[in-house]
Design a protein. Sequence first.
Length: 259
Amino acid sequence: MKITATIITFNEADNIRAACESVAWADEILVVDSGSTDATREIAQACGARVIERAWPGFAAQKQFAADEAQHDWIFSLDADERVSIELRASIEDLLYTNEAQLADGYAMARRAFYMGRWIRGGGWYPDWQLRLYRRSRGRWEGAYIHESVKLAPDARKEILQGDILHYTVSDAAHHHRMIGERYAPLAARKMFEQGRRTTPWQIATVGPATFIRNFILKGGWRDGLAGFSIATFAAHHVFLKYLMLWELQNSKIVTSDK
């Protein structure tokens, strides 16, 4: 079992060294960079990674390109702001001594986020299951805009690995706010619109409070104190904003069609 660890990057000079070091156990580290203007590529090469430059086509397409360019059939996909925990590394290394016929086609693992100075336990953020280790011949990346993921073949076998991916997510409240307003909400609204989904003023008015209650109370966000309150509040803001943007899209289409 030989593994290529793939990482896609854009201006990740602050993260790429730690990311590469956390997958130093892999047989190959492949970084696909979409035109960084900082030292991302140079740092990755200094860490022993093979670096390919490619214009940005979207998350799923870039990750699939990285998998296609890998030297080995087994792919471990890591984002630049993620790290492999000691426990997860041990679980992966155990697989190296497993008979090939006994291996599954894909392995999922929990992802734990570090937010506001603490590891998050609730609010729907943990465990955030991610399928990141898989046979390239048995899975492909999918996802038109956001929330890209590996889809295995219908008859593929999937198992769970012990240990977490450590996610050093948004750096501060301003970063969190920007990510929602500039990336997640507009992309989610566009995806819903193209799937034929539509919304109403009543849904826009109620979806935010309902999301806060679900994340902070029902999903245990209260256990994380102020961080949990912040996560639930931002989640409510995100869902309100994406439905409001969906409303704008569906009404702009109506206006256009009436002209």
